[in-house]
Design a protein around this ligand. Sequence first.
Ligand code: HEM
Ligand code: HEM
Ligand SMILES: [Fe+2]
Length: 464
Amino acid sequence: MYRSQTLALKYFSAAITLFGVMTITGLISAYYYLNPDFLLGILPFNIAKILHINTLVMWLLMGFMGSIYWFLPAELGRETAGIWAAEILFYVFCAAVAVVAVVFIFIQYGGSNEAALWFINQGRKYVEAPRWAALGIVVIMVVFAYNVIGTAIAARKTTGIITVLMIDLIPLILLYLIAFPAISNMSADLFWWWWLVHLWVEATWEVLIGCIMALALMQLLGTSRRIVETWLYIEVALVLGTGILGLGHHYFWIGTPNYWLTIGGFFSALEPLPLLGMVVHAVYDAGAQHMKTTNRPAFYWMMAEAFGNFIGAGVWGFMITLPQINLYAHGTQWTVSHGHFAFWGAYSCGVISVLYLVLQKTRNLAFVDGPLWKWSFAALNLGLVGMTGALLVSGFVQAFVERAIGGSTLNAFISGQENAWFVDGMVARFLLALVFTAGYVVLVWDVLTLGRRAPAVAAVAPAQ
Ligand code: HEM
Ligand code: HEM
Ligand SMILES: [Fe+2]
């Protein structure tokens, strides 16, 4: 194994650990909706939610980095350039995440001054980490980009996928720099902050996961490079063609000029197209290879990624993206429903798929199958999709009762929150979250014991 691949394993361990922290903090966040006095005076809702969504971003980033550190040396036929720096920074990364989490939990708030921005919280949703940690992340990402680009230079070769990846890493890092400035004008601040959030998840991350899935498909199904790369180019062109101006769907109500209603509505409505393309691609490849694979969990998780990306991001996003509907759906649990489904489908399933591919190699397994992965696959997906259904019910109540009927007054807000359907949706979400959590536990169990349990499990060929 290359050193880069050993590092990949470490990144996957850290990612799956943070996935667990995200799940627990999600459960805590959800419980406040059932019992608002929960942890009163100890841990407020907003801190639990900050931990939830920041660990989400971090575990996905670590999963992506792990995937690239895994595939890169084999793809270019040499050790990753500057791997020693990446190895050191892995520990810096983990330590920084831990320190930031401890500060969030125990210090929670700072004054409205520069020191608080530097050491406690920068206050921008999804990228709340204080400046010192954000600086650290920039260093880690720059070294990561150097690892990829430097390897291609040293190898004096590249492939279509790696070229797309190298180009993608540049805007991905530049956009993160928006996590820094503290603009006092709220509209201007949100205007730029959406460049980071939207252009990460609907542009640069989509391209990144496209590259990772392309590399994974070749390993998983033996799909030819020509096919994978052709699809990748089509998808990238469509993602960038629709996603860049699709940014406008966040500019409807933050004080930007009216023309954003038209631009945002039109381009974001086209955003599901590339995601549909990815589904067609995945199904086409699976069919062309007669669904033959030696790694069933990786295969199923990859299919879940293709469909989840299309449905969660594409269909669920489409529902709320036209300004006429967004007026009512904006910032309700309907948005939360879409956010969960999209992040899960587009990214989490893909990272888990690659994790199983990695385990097949590192544990030296001819076949990967067995009962455990099926249980975790079922519980995680059932739990997550169920949660999005429950959130949708609560979100509809907010859109209809609070906004459309009640006219967004304070009274209407209260009657929305007290509506029986809203409350039931919150209870159902919590129960389904427990199913999801059980799925996580089984996933960890499977990952830790794969190939180390009864050898028969690993040795038996799956029924084709
Ligand atoms: C045990 C499972 C989970 C539970 C109980 C849970 C619960 C929650 C809760 C209560 C919130 C706050 C929503 C609000 O402000 O009202 C939230 C936000 C969020 N969660 Fe989860 N979550 C879980 C798993 C996940 C997973 C697996 C993902 C992604 C893969 C995810 C992504 C997000 C995102 C992106 C937000 C911010 C959404 C927004 O503010 O619009 N969560 N979650
Ligand atoms: C992988 C891709 C995607 C991910 C991970 C994702 C995730 C999210 C999240 C987490 C939010 C909540 C942001 C907040 O904190 O306020 C959000 C909002 C939104 N998303 Fe997506 N999304 C994706 C793709 C899409 C697509 C393709 C569309 C449209 C077709 C879309 C339409 C929207 C809209 C309109 C909002 C704003 C909702 C509101 O006004 O409250 N998203 N998305
Ligand atoms: Fe967006």
